[in-house]
Write a protein that binds this ligand. Structure first.
Ligand code: ADE
Length: 232
């Protein structure tokens, strides 16, 4: 899989993309992630990529020309682009299902919005998919783009150590995860539930399933639908 992340702030995203599981997946060639500096596509002597909004109002708007030039040059260099994703708070909210879908494509372009937004012609004529990461406003789309990349790349086979791990995540079946414990079995008198130390795999599975349903009902009743069969 290849991901091109277009941003006017490359320095904001480089380090997180080089660390830990994402960095390892890149080095193992499971995913190629290119950070593309939008300013390189500006014709302005000061490499400006934004301008005032027509009609007035506070805040700067990303200009269309550098973005069109940038994405046209990405189209020209390499495999077919499956989706051009714009990160913006006024869009459908990203969730595990969107991550699953995006993890199966060959090439993604992510565009991080900034300032007051982006010239709407970019959204109308260039972007194929828009995503918000939640109902709050950040200073730009860089952190949301990193969130999307992290959620997508960890689903690529081989990216995380245990292939079964991604499938047992919270949300993969609309239930939150069960609590987990590690050693010591007794920490300051707080003991790990006995069943988890019993070696009885069937009992452990049942305990986890019950815990998942209880936690989902208590913490995220919006996710819980009693008609779903949660038995595996
Ligand atoms: N840009 C600013 N806020 C955002 C959000 N919540 N999701 C995606 N992009 C954004």
């Amino acid at each position: 899989m290849r991901i091109d992340l277009i941003t006017a702030l490359p320095e904001l995203v480089e380090a997180p993309l080089a660390a830990s599981i994402l960095g390892r997946a890149r080095r193992a060639n499971l995913v190629e992630i290119n950070v593309v500096d939008l300013r390189q596509y500006s014709d302005d002597p000061h490499r400006k990529v934004d301008d005032y909004a027509f009609g007035g109002g506070a805040g700067m708007v990303l200009k269309p020309e550098p973005i069109f030039k940038c994405i046209e040059s990405l189209h020209a260099e390499g495999p077919q682009i499956d989706d051009v994703v714009f990160l913006t708070p006024d869009a459908p909210v990203f969730n595990q299902q969107s991550a699953n879908q995006l993890s199966m494509v060959g090439r993604l372009v992510l565009l991080a919005g900034h300032y007051k937004g982006v010239d709407n012609r970019v959204r109308e004529h260039l972007v194929t998919r828009e995503l918000s990461i939640g109902d709050y406003v950040l200073t730009g789309g860089e952190l949301p783009a990193l969130v999307v990349i992290d959620a997508v790349v960890r689903l690529i086979p081989g990216a995380i150590g245990d292939a079964a791990s991604a499938l047992s995540d919270s949300f993969q079946d609309d239930l939150l995860g069960a609590p987990v414990y590690t050693r010591p079995a007794d920490f300051r008198g707080w003991k790990v539930p006995e069943v988890l130390r019993s070696g009885d795999h069937k009992a452990i599975e049942e305990w986890r399933e019950t815990a998942r349903v209880e936690r989902t009902r208590a913490l995220r009743p919006d996710l819980y639908s009693p008609d779903d069969s949660h038995s595996h």
